[in-house]
Design a protein around this ligand. Structure first.
Ligand SMILES: [Zn+2]
Length: 476
């Protein structure tokens, strides 16, 4: 603490005071006794001593005739650029000492709009720390935003806002995907990179006589994978959500002999609503109708030792990586060697997410999607998986060998694999007639299309490879 700093040597960093706050200080302030006086928090910025906190106390002390006050140096790593901005704005109003605030005292309400509101706006527009999102933060944000295929507006709007805040000009395509084009050094040959943000889900197929819901699945998975999972009904009629659980009709072992053996299928599985309903009429009265989307509880968890669990790591891990790289390229002013289209697709789980919106100049197409794990698979949760062939056939040989070479030269741990029952947006693009070199890679996802898991090591390896690829030269 620096004892007794001269009051008039301090530059205020705010240009309004609240009459209410001043009254509150006057109620307890005793100029004869500073033993309980909290020191004024100050900071040296550009050679000037700035008041960080304590403008009201400073003003009252000055009014009471004091010339010096106890101060403390602010050691915390605050957003000093923001304070610089506020100080400049204060000076611009002719305020260079606390005495100048005499004509800037406002009733509480005006203080809140003209000062607090001003700070909020300036902070959000120019100094927001929003951009400190890292890949794991994006994974959490994306997996906890419901987006079954066909119901992806909310998550796509988020991507639009987020990339706009980064400084890009995203385009929402008619079918609901988001395209962010980043101009590169070479604008004649383009790259296209995609991840999908639609997930598995379900739709209300019918309302049963007992008020429960029959489901129709959206995407390729088995009923076993969702038994006992909590879910959300997105009621189209009201715009509201209703919670429930997906269960076998014959769940209670106290009543049903075949609780364990009955087939998990559309006829036997249903949604139990968290509402007091026992008839179809009562359920309909909630606004629920055939066609309402059902999203699954993602149960996103990141363990202390780095495992990431969630229902929808496929393919939100990859989308998170793309968002994070976009952020880094913008913040660090990195110019990519080729104009690159970042496409967040919304129809992959039903087979045609990224088969459109491909610029005629695109010659390389990279799908970033989950690596499949299981018997005969080399893919694991700690490396990046490069797909050599899936259900659609082999991927472009030279391009995948380019990816392998990047891993080798940069020490990125990787695995090569065939995904037997799998198609990607890259293969969908090929089927749709795109004449490009296509490749597929992604983080290793355990128990895919069920309660999935990966590890931060796999996310890291995948991000490093995607980054290395986007900054690399094209193969001939
Ligand atoms: Zn996927």
């Amino acid at each position: 603490m620096l004892e007794k700093f001269s009051i008039l040597d301090l530059q205020p960093s705010q240009f309004y005071l609240s009459e209410t706050k001043l009254q509150a200080v006057r109620a307890w302030f005793d100029p004869q006794d500073l033993t309980n006086f909290d020191p004024i928090s100050i900071k040296q910025l550009d050679g000037e001593w700035i008041v960080v906190d304590g403008h009201s106390r400073l003003f009252v002390a000055y009014q009471e005739g004091l010339t010096h006050l106890p101060v403390v140096l602010e050691e915390e790593d605050w957003n000093w650029d923001f304070y610089r901005f506020c100080t400049e704005a204060t000076k611009a109003k002719g305020i260079s000492t606390i005495a100048d605030l005499w004509t800037h005292i406002l009733p509480q309400e005006a203080y809140e709009t003209d000062w607090i509101g001003w700070c909020q706006t300036v902070h959000d527009q120019h100094f927001s720390k929003r951009s400190t999102m890292n890949t794991i933060d994006y994974i959490t944000k994306l997996t906890t935003t419901p987006s079954p295929t066909g119901f992806t507006k909310e998550i796509m709007d988020y991507v639009v806002t987020e990339t706009q805040n980064m400084g890009y000009a995203p385009i929402k395509t008619p079918k609901g995907g988001v395209l962010v084009t980043v101009k590169g050094q070479n604008d004649n040959q383009h790259r296209f990179i995609t991840a999908h943000l639609d997930t598995l889900g379900a739709m209300v197929r019918a309302i049963k006589p007992d008020g429960r819901l029959k489901m129709d699945l959206v995407g390729g998975f088995v009923y076993n994978a969702i038994e006992g999972e909590n879910c959300t009904i997105h009621v189209a009629k009201t715009g509201k959500t209703i919670s429930g659980t997906m269960l076998m009709h014959q769940t209670s072992v106290h009543v049903y002999r075949d609780a364990g053996t009955a087939e998990r299928n559309q006829a036997n599985m249903e949604v139990r609503l968290d509402e007091r309903v026992t008839s179809a009429e009562e359920t309909r009265a909630l606004g629920i109708e055939v066609g309402d989307f059902i999203s699954f509880d993602p149960r996103t968890l990141v363990t202390e030792n780095g495992f990431i669990k969630s229902r929808h790591l496929d393919d939100k891990v990859s989308a998170a990586i793309m968002l994070h790289l976009l952020k880094i390229y913008q913040e660090e002013g990195i110019e990519l060697p080729y104009t690159t289209h970042f496409y967040f697709s919304n129809n992959e789980e039903i087979g045609y997410g990224g088969n459109s919106n491909i610029d005629a100049k695109v010659v390389e197409y990279l799908a970033v999607d989950m690596g499949a794990m299981g018997d005969d698979q080399q893919t694991d949760e700690y490396t990046v998986s490069i797909c050599v062939k899936d259900g659609s056939g082999p991927y472009h040989y030279e391009l995948r060998q380019h990816l392998v070479a990047l891993c080798e030269s940069k020490g990125i741990p990787y695995k090569l694999d065939i995904y037997p029952y799998y198609g990607s947006d890259a293969s969908a693009a090929m089927r749709a007639g795109a004449d490009v070199r296509h490749a597929l890679l992604g983080a290793g996802i355990e128990s895919s299309h069920s309660y999935e898991r990966t590890h931060v090591d796999s996310v890291d390896a995948t991000e490093r490879l995607v980054d290395a690829y986007l900054r690399s030269g094209m193969i001939e």
